[in-house]
Ligand binder design. Structure first.
Ligand code: KG4
Ligand code: ZN
Length: 353
């Protein structure tokens, strides 16, 4: 059976600890191998995105099937890129949640099989915590405490990350996640799926000031709401399209995208700064797919500099879903003995435990 307890390795004391991390919470089948929680040896990913594109969103059943079909190949690729064999691994880590139930189940089942066959510990990882840990991986000086902003396709969360892998939830979205809003607005503008990167790109040509959309500031100081902004875009598009049977022109699309992006980024920056001010925590880490957004990176970094806060973004490849962030966070968890029995279940609603 896989070992319980603190970090142990069959390869003797003093050797680096190598953990393989499996991420299958949504449409990416991702496997990364990380040494001592920081050194990325490989970070392989296969996306089922093209299979979902015709539907304009992720279809859970298709995502789960795609994971089953590709997880073995992606794992083999990660081992090959790291020049390792399975026996060189010290532990197997896997996303326990949050995510799509069927998708999580395929990754967890595979991880259990691997841990059992290799006789290695199994380490369950919270996907949202891993998005923030990607910031710690990218800069060794970054340690908790910090204000964490997780912005992804499924979540928009503000928290304080404390030492010992503990989190204090400050607020979250009450309706759409910000990434979901990016994707829906992009679909409306005919920019395809996923929309976040497309909006980021076309906004370069847009005049944000020409399309001013509402900034929704919910009553709770750290909660978010993006459905009103999305509806405002729908109404704006409807109005502009009246008397334009040929549809929106490219410049109009760019202006609306830029106006939407500016409104969304404004709210994220305002609330994150407020969290830092009210908690007195002087460091901010942003993670998740939307943290790859160039406007958010620029605006939050500027605001941080103006307010003497350290603002950290992982490199874009570590913002989107990946296996390295799971393998990375598993290292401090293993050091704290946070390994799981093979009876563990996935948890689609997990949120920063
Ligand atoms: O973290 P992630 O890869 O998956 C989830 O955990 O959901 O985030 C995916 C989300 C999608 O909504 C995608 O449109 C958005 O991140 N995204 C972006 C950018 N790159 C990805 N949103 C805005 N700008 C980007 N550059
Ligand atoms: Zn994610």
């Amino acid at each position: 059976m896989p070992k319980d307890g603190a970090a142990s390795t069959d390869r003797g004391a003093g050797n680096p600890i190598r953990i393989l991390g499996i991420e299958t919470s949504c449409d990416e089948t991702a496997v990364g191998i990380v040494e001592d929680g920081r050194r990325i040896l490989s970070n392989a990913v296969a996306s089922s995105l093209p299979l979902h594109a015709p539907y304009g969103g992720v279809i859970p059943e298709i995502a789960a099937r795609a994971h089953v079909e590709t997880i073995w190949d992606v794992t083999t690729q990660a081992l090959a890129e790291a020049h390792l064999s399975p026996a060189d691994l010290d532990a197997v880590a896997v996303t326990q949640g949050p995510g799509l139930p069927g998708a999580l189940l395929t990754g967890l089942s595979f991880a259990k099989g691997l841990a059992l066959s290799l006789d290695r510990p199994l380490i369950p990882v919270d996907h949202l915590a891993a998005h923030l840990y990607a910031g710690e991986m990218s800069d060794e000086s970054v340690q908790p405490p910090y204000v964490g902003l997780v912005v992804s396709g499924g979540h928009t969360v503000l928290c304080v990350a404390h030492p010992d892998c503990r989190f204090e939830l400050l607020g979250e979205t009450k309706d759409d996640a910000v990434g979901e809003a990016f994707d829906k607005v992009a679909k409306l503008l005919g920019l395809g799926y996923p929309g976040g990167p497309a909006i980021d790109r076309v906004s370069d040509e847009g005049r944000a000031a020409s399309v001013v959309l509402p900034r929704s500031h919910s009553k709770q100081p750290f909660d978010f709401s993006f459905s009103g902004l999305k509806t405002a875009v729908v109404q704006y598009v409807r109005k502009v399209s009246e008397g334009q049977p040929q549809g929106l022109q490219a410049q109009q699309v760019a202006d609306i995208a830029a106006g939407f992006q500016e409104a969304a980024v404004d709210v994220l920056v305002t609330k994150t700064l407020r969290a830092a001010q009210r908690t007195g925590v002087r460091r901010v880490v942003a993670g998740g797919g939307v943290a790859a957004n160039r406007r958010l990176r620029a605006r939050l970094s500027e605001a941080g500099a103006a307010n003497k806060l350290q603002v950290v973004f992982p490199p874009p490849a570590l913002c989107v879903d990946n296996g390295a962030m799971i393998a990375g966070l598993a290292y401090p968890l293993l050091q704290r003995g946070r390994v799981a029995p093979l009876s563990i279940a996935s948890d689609p609603n997990l949120c920063l435990v």
